[in-house]
Design a protein around this ligand. Structure first.
Ligand SMILES: Cc1cc2nc3c(=O)[nH]c(=O)nc-3n(C[C@H](O)[C@H](O)[C@H](O)COP(=O)(O)O)c2cc1C
Length: 139
């Protein structure tokens, strides 16, 4: 059963390039070998992550992620079966939530994922992904 899970969380400490690179290094290696795909949005002290894969694999990874001390307040926003992957080309894409794209900022002033519904969260992710300046490659 192909499943998608979206959660939000708050970073513990600053979201430096080093922290992000470490997370992504683990994520990309594990995800590739477990047929997981998705996107990690980070910035403004927040994480918003989409995970796609076999239901049991997604569940077990989410348990590890939720227990990770690099973030707190992990909250599942959406969990369900999907027909097709939305991020099939990415073992884990990285998107910056803090970009100064006027179009994105105008549409989502002071975006707070903890008070937004899942549709608004997915909308923001999709928009950020289409704004090429938001996609980062870790150093
Ligand atoms: C925001 C965030 C996102 C993460 N995303 C992934 C991921 O997509 N895949 C992954 O294998 N680990 C990810 N991790 C790392 C896991 O939390 C954890 O360190 C990893 O699964 C190893 O767990 P273990 O030490 O219990 O084996 C992420 C960590 C954080 C803080």
């Amino acid at each position: 059963m192909l499943t998608q899970l979206i959660y939000i969380s708050r970073a513990v400490g600053p979201q430096t390039t080093t922290v992000t690179s470490q997370i992504l290094e683990t994520a990309r290696a594990f995800n590739k070998s477990h047929d997981l795909t998705g996107v990690l949005c980070q910035g403004k002290g927040l994480y918003v992550q989409v995970l796609e894969g076999e239901r049991s694999v997604v569940n077990s990874l989410y348990r590890s992620i939720a227990a990770d001390s690099r973030h707190v307040d992990a909250e599942i926003v959406l969990f369900g079966e999907i027909k097709n992957r939305q991020f099939k080309d990415w073992s884990m894409a990285l998107v910056n939530l803090s970009i100064d794209d006027p179009m994105v900022t105008m549409k989502h002033p002071e975006f707070d994922p903890y008070s937004a519904d899942s549709r608004a969260i997915i909308g923001l992710i999709t928009e950020l992904l289409s704004s090429s300046s938001a996609i980062q490659t870790p150093g």
